[in-house]
Design a protein around this ligand. Structure first.
Ligand SMILES: [Ca+2]
Ligand SMILES: [Ca+2]
Ligand SMILES: [Ca+2]
Length: 282
């Protein structure tokens, strides 16, 4: 009898233990899905974002302070991605009160230099969550600098920076890159990366990716701030971003979408259809 008398408390404690175990387990990561729209006409890679594709491509502008788990980034940043049969197109806009390229402040200049020692915008793409390899691209406010690399594992496995693609890019600076005393507004990057660099993609294909940024400035107490499209998990040390920008397990999805619907064309077609019907009816 005494055994059965204790049953409710045993069940109760077991139930409580399950709750504790369940609440302490890491929440399963659920990636978000962002879209790369198909460009009906390719943008001109000139650092000016007045091309038609940039009016239809979704804007990703919610960036987070690095390893914060979700605190908003200190400087405004936006990213857009588009594609066609030939290229992956990128547009980035960075608000920046003090534009400082690595070539100016760290003497790191040119192809595959350590551009992160100055202001930089970075794109990481991984073609599949099942493939170990991934790609890193960096652009600086200095038009002469670009970084492209392919890592066949996260320990920076070769080919690394020796991997080059025929990347096109253009930078527009709204401010000065060599004067820390004035007030700058920001900088823009427009780029095209040949899709021949990657495994073939079609409408509906998905990659994983993130966008990250270093922003150097002269404010007292700090000289740089890092930010990322990936918020990370606030309940984990370093927000779960233990491998920094290279923590590809927490990258979001990038879905290759078809051309956006052109409502002007649809409306014109409907008007023509109705006109023809009315003419036939006369
Ligand atoms: Ca353009
Ligand atoms: Ca390279
Ligand atoms: Ca800066």
């Amino acid at each position: 009898m005494r055994h059965f008398d204790r049953m409710p408390s045993v069940v109760c404690w077991t139930f409580l233990a399950l709750i504790v175990v369940g609440s302490s387990a890491q929440a399963e990561f659920v990636p978000r899905t962002f879209q790369a729209v198909m460009a009906t006409s390719p943008p001109v890679i000139d650092g000016t974002l007045d091309d038609s594709v940039w009016t239809s491509a979704p804007v990703m502008n919610e960036f987070f302070a690095y390893q914060s788990g979700g605190d908003p980034a200190a400087a405004a940043t936006s990213a857009q991605v588009a594609w066609d049969e030939q290229f992956l197109y990128l547009a980035f806009e960075m608000a920046d009160v003090d534009i400082r390229p690595s070539c100016v402040i760290a003497n790191r200049c040119g192809r595959d230099a350590q551009l992160y020692l100055g202001d930089v915008i970075e794109l990481f793409v991984r073609e599949s969550r099942d493939l170990p390899r991934y790609f890193e691209f960096e652009w600086s406010p200095d038009q002469n600098d670009v970084f492209d690399a392919r890592f066949d594992d996260r320990k920076f496995g070769p080919p690394g920076t020796s991997w080059n693609t025929d990347i096109q890019w253009a930078v527009h600076v709204n401010g000065s890159t060599d004067d820390a005393t004035d007030q700058d507004a920001g900088w823009i990057v427009e780029s095209a990366i040949p899709l021949s660099a990657f495994d073939p993609i079609t409408v509906g294909s998905e990659w994983t990716f993130t966008v990250a940024r270093y922003d150097y400035f002269n404010a007292a107490g700090r000289t740089e701030q890092l930010m990322m499209l990936t918020p990370g998990d606030p309940d984990l040390p370093r927000a779960g971003l233990a491998s920094g920008f290279h923590t590809y397990e927490l990258y979001d999805n990038l879905k290759f979408a078809p051309e956006p619907l052109n409502f002007g064309v649809i409306l014109a077609a409907m008007v023509m259809f109705l006109l023809r019907r009315s003419v036939r009816g006369c």
